[in-house]
Design a protein around this ligand. Structure first.
Ligand SMILES: [Zn+2]
Length: 213
């Protein structure tokens, strides 16, 4: 997966109504965009809403911003622009994955409607290849690059949700304001924050300020 940063000006978007009906703030152009430190692309997709535990910043609220994220994630090779319906489908898929992983971290189970939605995207759009036995050429089922990208994210979510070992490594970031869900690395020291660089340092600054009061 690519981890290119995308320039802030590519992501400029107006305030929009967010996933839970609240108004989301626009990502400041100086902030690092598009984090990919969550351990799986499906979780980084969930992470396109920053600071879910507080201000909830929408990073892919426009077709152009979704395109930029898919490019940064290495899920599309060309600058195909999502149609408005594809953007809506992408946000619905993202929130279904978000609710499913949050339920698991809280010790519960994903809702059936959310699992149905994830399965539905995978069934319709997951990459499907076939090999011609004579010419040995690969034929791809007819889909747009955006649909294929969403299909790949849905498959990634299914692989995560269906793997007991990975489910056991799902964690919520220790910084309440962030609230990102990430995979703590297997067989290594438990990670407290989704990213030491981002949230670990923010937590240190907060506790330093509290102590200095
Ligand atoms: Zn975090």
């Amino acid at each position: 997966m690519g981890r290119r940063r995308v320039k802030g000006r590519d992501l400029h978007c107006n305030r929009i109504v967010g996933y839970n009906g609240t108004t989301l703030s626009t990502a400041p152009s100086s902030a690092p965009q598009f984090p990919f430190h969550h351990g799986r692309v499906a979780l980084s997709f969930v992470g396109t809403v920053g600071d879910r535990g507080s201000v909830a910043t929408e990073r892919i609220g426009t077709p152009g911003a979704l395109r930029a994220w898919l490019l940064a994630a290495g899920l599309i090779a060309e600058a195909a622009t999502p149609a408005p319906a594809q953007l809506r489908r992408a946000l619905a898929l993202r929130e279904a994955i978000a609710r499913a992983v949050r339920a698991l971290v809280a010790g519960g189970a994903p809702g059936e409607l959310d699992v149905d939605l994830i399965n539905g995207v995978a069934r319709r759009w997951a990459p499907r290849l076939s090999l011609d036995p004579r010419t040995l050429t690969v034929a791809h089922a007819t889909r747009t690059p955006i649909e294929t990208a969403l299909g790949r994210i849905a498959v990634d979510a299914i692989e995560l949700l269906g793997d007991p070992e990975e489910r056991s490594r799902l964690r919520t970031c220790g910084l309440d304001a962030c609230g990102a869900i990430f995979l703590t690395p297997a067989g290594r020291r438990e990670r407290r924050w989704c990213s030491m660089e981002r949230c670990g340092n923010r937590a240190k600054v907060t506790s330093f300020r509290t102590r200095s009061r």
